[in-house]
Design a protein around this ligand. Structure first.
Ligand code: AP5
Length: 232
């Protein structure tokens, strides 16, 4: 299982990748998490990335490519890539890296959600500042208000780039740079289209079916390889 999770900001890529990672013990590699971690630690990568992340722009390819190049070899047999690639150049770099490692991508899970839903969704996201666990004020609240279920930290935070005006910019970047990858992966027959505008558990069931299909099992009704259309 070597998967790419593709989709707009707030589609649920991280939520679904974490669930699948937990269910199958497959390493989850999120470029957004790696960049936030680097920013929190103030590393040279984090200092370089900060201005781009805060305004909702893409961090330069060479910075993100280096993060992935550093980590992918260690998990080459099984991984869930979340948030990478995000443009044609990164997709080409991933093709090169996968070929070098003899580790081809086995499926691209594309989670589709419309823009208005995304803005509402992202503005309700809260994260634990200590362990990074992700919640939503309505769709996935913690058991005790403002307290992390996973580590007990009090005071869940909103990401600075989740403010409505930055989310609009991130969506614009997504449509310009990332959405064309849907067509690219459709052509290479790797794309699995998932309707992400349903409860988290329903989306997870479709992701599980899509992955089962990739391994030779049956595909679900809303998790299907795309052949004739591209929604982005
Ligand atoms: P990144 O962290 O990757 O952000 P993103 O792609 O914009 O995605 P999000 O994390 O916002 O959303 P998600 O799809 O993971 O949704 P989630 O599961 O959290 O990147 C951040 C920044 O880093 C970028 O803007 C860029 O600057 C930089 N960057 C990262 N990778 C890069 C790259 N490759 N190249 C260049 N720059 C890069 O869910 C969102 C919320 O909705 C949560 O609250 C969740 O609980 C809730 N939710 C999830 N599913 C559902 C559901 N089905 N129904 C209701 N609520 C749901």
């Amino acid at each position: 299982m070597r998967l790419v999770f593709l989709g707009p900001p707030g589609a649920g890529k991280g939520t679904q990748a974490k669930l699948l990672s937990k269910a199958h013990g497959v390493p989850h590699l999120s470029t957004g998490d790696l960049l936030r971690d680097a920013m929190a630690k103030g590393t040279p990568t984090g200092r370089r990335a900060k201005e781009f992340v805060e305004k909702g722009a893409l961090v330069p390819d060479e910075v993100v490519d280096a993060l992935v190049r550093e980590r992918l070899p260690g998990v080459r047999d099984r991984f869930l890539l979340d948030g990478y690639p995000r443009n044609g150049a990164q997709a080409a770099e991933l093709d090169r890296l996968a070929a070098e490692l003899h580790a081809p991508i086995t499926a691209v899970i594309y989670i589709h959600v419309d823009d208005e839903t995304l803005v509402k969704r992202v503005s309700g996201r809260r994260s634990c500042p200590k362990c990074g666990a992700v919640y939503h004020v309505e769709a996935k609240p913690p058991r005790k208000a403002d307290v992390c279920d996973a580590c007990g930290t009090k005071g869940l935070a909103q990401r600075p780039d989740d403010r409505a005006e930055v989310v609009r910019d991130r969506l614009a970047v997504y449509h310009k740079s990332t959405a064309p990858l849907v067509e690219r992966y459709k052509k290479s027959k790797l794309l699995q289209w998932i309707d992400g505008d349903r409860p988290i558990e329903a989306v997870a069931a479709d992701v599980a079916r899509a992955v089962q299909g990739e391994a030779g099992g049956a595909g679900g009704p809303k998790a299907r390889p795309m052949s004739g259309r591209a929604k982005a």
